[in-house]
Design a protein around this ligand. Structure first.
Ligand code: SF4
Length: 391
C-alpha cells in the first residue's frame, strides 16, 4: 500500500466518515460560527497543525500558522513534505462573487498567497453557480464583484504566472465532475452536512464545490493539494474527502488536504463578522471615518474604568481590538507580545490601543487600495475573458 493510501486509511478511521448526522458544533455552509474548536477537532478528525508548522523552516512559516490562527489540518503531511522538498502541489480557493472581501475573509486570501509563495499553483474559483443558487444573483451581475475580488487577490500578491482563475459557469470540468459525484453521494449525506435546503440547487452547488477542490488533480493528475478554509467549512471538507475514498476516485485522486483557521468574531462583540450587521465588520474600501467609528466602538477586554484597568489589567483573550492586531494588522510577533503584556499589566488602556489600531488599518488600507487600483484593469481583463452564460 502506498503512503498516500495508508494515509487515506488512517484518515478514514480518524474522520469517522460513517457518521453523517449534522454537527452540533458547526453549521456548515456559511453560518460562520464555531461553538467549540476542540469539539470540532474531535468530531471531524482535525489534527493540531502546530507540529507540522515546526517542520517548516522559519522563513516558510506565516504568522497565521505560528499564532495558532490556522489551528488544524486534515491530511497536510504530504503537502508539508512537498513544500520542504520543493515539489509541485496545488492550492485551491475561491469566493462567491456576491461579496467583496472583508477584513475576515481576506485572511483566507492571505493564506493562499503564502502557499503560492511556498511553491503551490493556485486554482481560484469564482463561485458564480453558488451565488446564482444561494444569492439569486445572475451570472452577469456577478461580474463586477468577481473583478473586485480578483483585484484584491492581486493586491495581496497573487502571482498570475502560477495561477488558474476560472468561473464555475465557464469551466465544464467542474460541472461534469459535479454531476459524476452526484451519483456517489446520497441525499441523506447531503442533508447531514448542509441541513434541509429548500431547493436542489444548494446540493448541486455543494457537489460542484467538491469538483472545484479536486480540479487541480482533474487537470494535472493526482498530486498533493491544499484548500485553506474557515473552521465552519469542516463538514464540507469531510464530504469531499469521503467522496474521494469511493470506488474509482480512490485511484484517480490524492486525498485533498485542508487547513482550518479560526473565525474572527464580530468587532462589536457578536459571534461573527456579517455584512447584515455592518458594525461587526468592515471592508478596506469603506470610508476611513466609518472604519474608525467601528473600531472606537469595538468590544474590548477592558475594564469599566481606567483606574480599574490600571489595577487589574485588560483581557486581550476576549478583545476584538487585540484580535484584529493578531489576525491581520500586526505582523511583528515581538510587538504583538509587547502589546499583550502591556494590556495585561494595565499599562496600556483601550483608548490609545484603539487609536493605534486605527493608524495601522489606515496605513494598511491606503497601501492595499493603491495596489488594488493599479491592478484593477488586469483583474477586469481576466474576468471578462471568461465566458458568461446568459441565464
Ligand atoms: S488595551 Fe487594547 S488589547 Fe487590551 S483590552 Fe483594551 S483594546 Fe483590548
Amino acid at each position: 500500500m502506498s503512503e498516500e493510501n495508508q494515509d487515506a486509511e488512517q484518515m478514514t478511521k480518524d474522520e469517522t466518515p460513517q457518521k453523517q448526522s449534522r454537527s452540533p458544533v458547526v453549521d456548515a455552509l456559511g453560518a460562520g460560527v464555531v461553538e467549540s474548536y476542540q469539539k470540532l477537532m474531535t468530531e471531524f478528525g482535525i489534527r493540531d497543525f502546530s507540529p507540522l508548522v515546526r517542520k517548516l523552516p522559519p522563513e516558510k512559516q506565516h504568522f497565521l500558522m505560528t499564532r495558532g490562527i490556522i489551528f488544524g489540518h486534515t491530511g497536510m503531511e504530504p503537502v508539508i513534505d512537498t513544500i520542504i522538498h520543493g515539489k509541485k502541489f496545488g492550492v485551491m480557493t475561491g469566493i462567491k462573487p456576491s461579496n467583496s472581501y472583508h477584513v475576515g475573509s481576506l485572511m483566507t486570501a492571505m493564506e493562499v498567497v503564502h502557499f503560492q509563495r511556498l511553491g503551490g499553483k493556485v486554482y481560484f474559483c469564482i463561485a458564480d453557480y453558488e451565488s446564482y443558487v444561494v444569492n439569486n444573483l445572475s451570472f452577469t451581475d456577478a461580474i463586477d464583484t468577481a473583478i473586485d475580488n480578483i483585484a484584491d487577490l492581486l493586491a495581496l500578491g497573487l502571482d498570475l504566472k502560477n495561477a488558474y482563475i476560472y468561473k464555475q459557469s465557464s469551466e465544464n470540468l467542474v460541472k461534469h465532475y459535479g454531476l459524476i459525484f452526484s451519483a456517489h453521494v446520497t441525499m441523506n449525506e447531503l442533508r447531514g452536512v448542509y441541513g434541509e435546503k429548500p431547493r436542489l440547487g444548494y446540493y448541486n452547488a455543494a457537489l460542484i464545490q467538491v469538483a472545484d477542490i479536486l480540479l487541480p488533480q482533474i487537470i494535472e493528475g493526482s498530486m498533493p493539494t491544499i484548500t485553506p478554509v474557515g473552521a465552519d467549512q469542516a463538514p464540507h471538507a469531510r464530504l469531499t474527502r469521503d467522496v474521494v475514498r469511493r470506488g474509482v476516485f480512490k485511484k484517480k485522486f490524492n486525498l485533498p488536504s485542508f487547513t482550518y483557521h479560526r473565525l474572527i468574531g464580530g468587532i462589536d462583540g457578536t459571534d461573527k463578522m456579517s455584512k447584515r450587521n455592518p458594525l461587526s465588520m468592515f471592508y478596506l474600501h469603506e470610508d476611513m471615518k466609518d472604519i474608525s467609528y467601528k473600531i472606537r466602538n469595538a468590544y474590548t477586554g477592558g475594564r469599566d474604568t481606567a483606574k480599574e484597568q490600571r489595577r487589574l489589567g485588560g483581557r486581550p483573550e476576549i478583545c476584538r481590538v487585540f484580535d484584529l492586531f493578531k489576525f491581520m494588522f500586526e505582523e511583528d510577533d515581538d510587538l504583538l507580545k509587547e502589546r499583550e503584556q502591556q494590556c495585561r499589566s494595565g499599562e496600556l488602556l483601550c483608548g490609545p490601543c484603539k487609536k493605534q489600531l486605527i493608524v495601522k488599518i489606515e496605513d494598511y488600507r491606503a497601501d492595499h487600495l493603491e495596489k488594488k487600483e493599479s491592478l484593477f484593469d488586469q483583474a477586469k481583463e481576466i474576468v471578462l475573458s471568461l465566458e458568461t452564460p446568459q441565464a
